[in-house]
Write a protein that binds this ligand. Structure first.
Ligand SMILES: CC(C)(COP(=O)(O)OP(=O)(O)OC[C@H]1O[C@@H](n2cnc3c(N)ncnc32)[C@H](O)[C@@H]1OP(=O)(O)O)[C@@H](O)C(=O)NCCC(=O)NCCS
Length: 181
């Protein structure tokens, strides 16, 4: 039986990941979806966390991708680290069989193991609700997208240790690559 393998991306995955993003986000009006450039720029930035760029491999082929990268949460108490989820993509010929759910959950589990406390995402509530995401504006989190309401979502991860820091609240600041999308 062919099984789904979930693992952090390696150097050989750059091309296959680009293909998954390009096909999943393909639109007739754009030559290359912005998500492809976004991932390339994040990979070269301080926001990149190699353990949290997760690929789903099926029958030796990379078919899914979920990326968690660093953001900062600013408040009058200072600046605290958090993560943002995205892009999330599954190759069109393998969609709707659970690969997206599996690769996102693997990335979230890896983040929990690293002691991360908070993940934000901008996307479809109908999709991200299954992982436990809910409205970020109701959790004291703002961003350039907070005015959108429901699509601006956050998830508090379970504490890895008994002395873990509380999840931060405040203004979520995204690194420069996000300004273009
Ligand atoms: C979104 C995406 C990653 C889901 O991957 P997938 O492997 O098909 O997802 P799964 O099989 O794990 O889950 C399928 C479920 O997600 C739902 N779903 C898929 N895309 C959705 C979307 N954009 N909004 C809401 N629900 C969505 C399906 O209706 C299905 O629902 P069900 O479980 O109630 O039947 C994939 O469709 C994709 O790559 N889309 C294009 C890129 C994209 O839009 N990414 C960002 C998503 S906000």
């Amino acid at each position: 039986m062919t099984t789904l393998r979930l693992r952090p991306e390696g150097p050989a995955d750059t091309g296959p990941v680009r293909r998954v993003l390009a096909t999943a986000f393909a639109r007739p009006d754009v030559a290359a979806p912005p998500e492809v450039g976004l991932v390339n720029e994040l990979r070269d930035s301080d926001a990149w966390m190699p353990e949290l760029a997760m690929v789903a491999e099926y029958g030796g082929e990379v078919v899914g991708y979920a990326l968690l990268t660093r953001v900062r949460v600013k408040s009058d108490r200072g600046s605290a680290p958090a993560l943002t989820l995205g892009p999330v993509a599954v190759a069109p010929h393998r969609q709707k069989v659970g690969h997206g759910t599996a690769v996102v959950q693997a990335a979230l589990d890896a983040a929990t193991e690293l002691g991360e406390r908070l993940v934000v995402v901008l996307g479809s509530p109908a999709y991200y609700r299954r992982f436990g995401f809910s409205r970020a504006d109701r959790m004291g989190l703002t961003s350039p997208w907070s005015g959108l309401g429901e699509p601006w979502q956050a998830l508090v991860l379970p504490p890895a240790t008994s002395d873990a820091a509380a999840p931060p609240q405040g203004e979520v600041v995204f690194p420069p690559p996000w300004a273009k999308v």
